[in-house]
Ligand binder design. Structure first.
Ligand code: 5GP
Ligand code: ZN
Length: 113
């Protein structure tokens, strides 16, 4: 847990979110600024700054995160979706607590090239 981390605050229930699922290791909620018809963020309860740090720190939680991301993608987007794990500022990461984006349906703007 990191006291000044936005997603840790959501994990602790201190900041409200439109929660889609909760598991032992993860919480998923709708993105506040959706980039597609379906836009869900899947977040490990464990604080690590990005997916690479998470994979190094705890492979079991990483597998749980990816499995839950796939389950939500299937449930929300009927088998056709994009999964995005932005890693690093230059790749567009803005919240430095590991998370996956589930994007389904129509994108609201084209992905940057
Ligand atoms: P990143 O750019 O780090 O990959 O993704 C961070 C995502 O978090 C962005 O898509 C942004 O819209 C979303 N976000 C930022 N603040 C909040 C918030 O307070 N609540 C929710 N639900 N999403 C947020
Ligand atoms: Zn955090």
């Amino acid at each position: 847990m990191s006291s000044d981390c936005l997603f840790c605050s959501i994990v602790r229930g201190e900041i409200p979110a439109d929660v889609v699922s909760q598991t032992e290791h993860t919480i998923a909620f709708r993105d506040i600024n959706p980039q597609a018809d379906v836009h869900v963020l899947v977040v490990p309860r464990l604080h690590e700054p990005d997916i690479a740090s998470l994979a190094a720190a705890d492979p079991d939680v990483t597998i749980a995160l990816i499995a839950e991301t796939l389950r939500i993608a299937q449930a929300e987007s009927g088998g056709q979706y994009r999964l995005v794990f932005n890693t690093g500022e230059a790749a567009g990461q803005t919240v430095f607590h590991a998370h996956g984006h589930v994007l389904g349906g129509h994108l609201h703007s084209p992905l940057p090239s």
